[in-house]
Design a protein around this ligand. Structure first.
Ligand code: KG4
Ligand code: ZN
Length: 382
């Protein structure tokens, strides 16, 4: 069995052992994550074991591989987290777990594990919607953020623009009609010959081309609604790659490092140009949609969250928008943008504190690939 490799830069803080702890588990996709928070919401430790190395050669996540890996990694991560924090199972005051949405096999591993821990410790089981976890993640790093705010959740599976009025009170303003923003990054990277996840690679490629030359059409520009669409842009990139003989469906997918180590060539410059032009179009798309939503809602604060929130270009463009519109803009620290258990713990804690957790029957909790009570089903306001 391979030892779980906890990510770097997640040092444990000095903890107050008198205060009880909340344990959180996140396994909705390809990252196994476990965190401990104190009852004030401070992150004591947040560990992530990435499966990227297992999936990158396929250019996307293989669900079966993901769930099997969670199964072997979770016990190791839990042991590591408890040991490094000197916390015992009897110190736990709640067990939070992502139960939806995501890959069903992956979710089932986390949910079964959390149920077992809850049964052993008698600590309440707190089911958390993954999207709500992302939405509230900026609170981990910004104590000044408060409800109500406008939120854009942009990840590998979702692009949701929501108004967050209060805990559990969300209304959906718009969402993607086809590919999610992160999915578009991943697919564009793959068609240019790069491994999964594509977002960070496209960002690095784009940084090597300060003056992108291709003018891709900004999707849904001029449309009144607040939905998103990325599949047309993805096709435009594909056509550009085909025209330049760069489309490499069957070639072995490479990392950014391998690309950097290749000798310079006009082909490499063209790849950088396509990546930078795509990046710029995504920035314009997202910024345009957020501006429209701010005009419509007149909210004073907005957040960008989810894996795509790690993108510096999009952050920069939204920071400029915030200055122009005199709004406050928040995004999580890098480690809280992509999937992590700290955001799941934080969300669970808010529900625990609000007294809305009833442990009766929760051991019958099931995982769900869709979000039955979360943000997927909220009604669009009139
Ligand atoms: O939130 P997340 O970790 O998992 C989901 O819930 O889907 O998001 C993963 C997605 C992937 O599609 C990945 O390519 C994208 O986030 N991503 C980025 C960046 N870092 C991760 N997209 C653009 N720029 C980045 N720097
Ligand atoms: Zn996510």
């Amino acid at each position: 069995m391979q030892a779980a490799k906890p990510s770097q830069n997640r040092k444990s803080k000095i903890i107050n052992l008198k205060s009880k702890m909340l344990l959180s588990i996140e396994t909705s996709c390809d990252d196994s994550a476990v965190a401990l928070l104190d009852m004030e919401g401070n992150v004591i430790t947040s560990q992530i074991s990435s499966q990227t190395a297992l999936h990158e050669r396929y250019g996307g996540i293989v669900p079966e591989i993901a769930s099997r890996k969670h199964l072997t990694t979770l016990p190791l991560l839990l042991r590591h987290v408890l040991r490094e924090s000197s916390v015992k199972l009897t110190d736990l005051k709640g067990i939070a777990v992502t139960y939806a949405p995501g890959l069903i096999g992956s979710l089932l591993v986390g949910v079964s594990y959390a149920k077992t821990l809850s049964w052993i410790t008698k600590a309440p089981l707190i089911p958390v919607d993954h999207l709500e976890g992302h939405l509230l993640a900026p609170f981990l790093d910004h104590k000044e953020l408060d409800f109500p705010f406008l939120g854009l959740i942009a990840s590998g599976g979702h692009t949701h623009l929501v108004v967050a009025k209060g805990l559990g009170e969300y209304s959906l303003l718009g969402k993607t009609m086809d590919d999610a923003a992160g999915e578009a990054y991943d697919k564009v990277a793959k068609m240019l010959g790069f491994q999964y996840p594509g977002g960070p690679i496209i960002e690095q490629l784009a940084a090597g081309c300060p003056k992108p030359s291709i003018e891709f059409t900004v999707p849904l520009k001029g449309k009144k609604n607040l939905d998103f669409s990325f599949s047309g842009l993805k096709t435009a990139v594909r056509n550009e790659a085909l025209a330049r003989k760069l489309y490499v469906e069957k070639k072995k997918l490479i990392s950014f490092k391998e690309f950097s180590n290749q000798p310079d060539s006009p082909e490499k410059d063209m790849i950088r140009d396509i990546a930078a032009s795509f990046q710029l179009t995504v920035e314009k798309t997202i910024t345009g949609r957020v501006e429209k939503a701010l005009n419509k809602t007149n909210l004073k604060q907005f957040v960008l969250t989810g894996g795509v929130a790690a993108n510096r270009g999009i952050r920069k463009s939204l920071t400029k928008l915030a200055q122009k519109k005199r709004k406050q803009f928040f995004y999580p620290q890098l480690e809280h943008c992509t999937d992590n258990a700290a955001m799941i713990g934080y969300t669970a804690l808010q529900y625990l504190k609000s007294g809305r957790i009833d442990n009766d029957g929760l051991l019958r909790l099931n995982a769900s690939s869709k979000s039955p009570i979360g943000l997927m089903n909220v009604q669009k306001p009139d």
